[in-house]
Design a protein around this ligand. Sequence first.
Ligand code: SAM
Length: 298
Amino acid sequence: MTSPRRDGDTWDLASSVGATATMAAMTRAIATRAALIDDPFAEPLVRAVGIDLLTRLATGEEPSGDLVGRAAIDGARVRTLFYDEFFLDAGLAQAVILASGLDSRAYRLPWPAGTVVYELDRPDVVEFKTRTLAGLGAEPTAERRVVAADLREDWPEALRAAGFDPALPTAWSAEGLLGYLPPDAQDRLLETITELSAPGSRVATESRPNPRPGEEDRTKQSLNRISELFRSENFDADMAKLRYFGKRNEAAPYLTGLGWAVTGRTVRELFEVHGLAPLEEDDLRMAEVRYVTGELTK
Ligand code: SAM
């Protein structure tokens, strides 16, 4: 039974918000099998978490069908490539992947020599990934440093303790994260990133427009439909309970207000750029999300 979100709640990769990291990796495993991206670690990581339905989907034993629609799989392509390109274009020697989940960039991107990559997520999440990938014999392609911390708490202290140097320009990512933070924690996160950023730093995240009247109800209904399908396959994840709904500051203008020069493209535009078939009626709320990057020139 999924509990509603509350301050101080915790999880591993099979529960609550942690399971969303396993779902994201499952879509990358499917997209990898379809040759849309190349993330060889997604499938073994999902398998290691051990949620039966997600393993069957990740390995192709269960057809994605209604459970993981085309938009989610093509969406995994545009999202993965967006963040991959962000880090490679930034070319900065210090990178911080916030809410890293089962993201394997520290093991698969061709980072420039000498790059230090910090991966921050809740303790059970980062420790599981480190252990599992070590067990598979995977080697990081950069100097990888793990930060076990909660983004609602004093994570800058944990980041500094791991060796982070605020005097160096940093490439930051917050992928698939913001909706799982309360609105004020999102603002604080973006402010803290800014405080820790030397001139020349870059940031990448998603900026979701505030919902139009009635839109959140439709989102919850569609999340409830997916959760029902999952439940019928013995996977109990109540997706609508995991996110924080309601009005919040949109990330892109908020970052602009903090001094970042922000550019971006909506998911709809990225589908066009990648030559993917347009999103359909049910997926239009996803189409409006903007993947944005910012550069700090202060
Ligand atoms: N970025 C990864 C990806 O795209 O595959 C994971 C995205 S997953 C949808 C959300 C991630 O946010 C999970 O790994 C979860 O543990 C992390 N997360 C959410 N709230 C967090 C918090 N307060 N502190 C640390 N991590 C958090």
